[in-house]
Design a protein around this ligand. Sequence first.
Ligand code: HEM
Length: 140
Amino acid sequence: MLWLKAFHIVAVVCWFAGLFYLPRLFVYHVDTPDAAGRERFATMERKLYRGIMTPSLLATVILGGWLLVEGWPYYATQGWMHAKLFLAVLLIGYHHACGVYRRQLAEERCCRSGRFFRVFNELPVLMLVAIVVLVVVRPF
Ligand code: HEM
């Protein structure tokens, strides 16, 4: 159980590194005037998304699901765990939205501004704070 939890947290940290950095790359990408520069950003974004973020998401969900099975049926009765799982699903939706914007930018058909991506970039911060408070403080 402790080993699973340790590697679940490692996977979460790797996933969040990408969730924080990819939308920041989008900000620089949309503000880059030359085609060669945008091409370079598209390559960085593809490698980060496919090579780090998606494998980390899968590891987080698999290890988290495993922890859930190990602790069943206790977690089924815990409000904080229901709330955490709801936020985890929202985070997977955010990950998917990152993938959609990544593809649009790579194909030069994204019409979002740098300002939009700056605000978009703040969402995972709120999710991280909420999930960590839920699992550590267990307020309900
Ligand atoms: C589908 C996704 C996920 C599932 C099924 C899942 C499930 C779990 C379970 C069952 C535990 C053990 C709880 C305990 O008794 O301590 C746990 C621990 C933890 N999870 Fe997740 N989790 C998921 C995603 C996430 C995400 C996205 C984050 C961070 C933003 C996260 C952060 C943590 C942390 C920090 C702990 C350690 C809590 C502690 O014991 O101190 N998890 N997770």
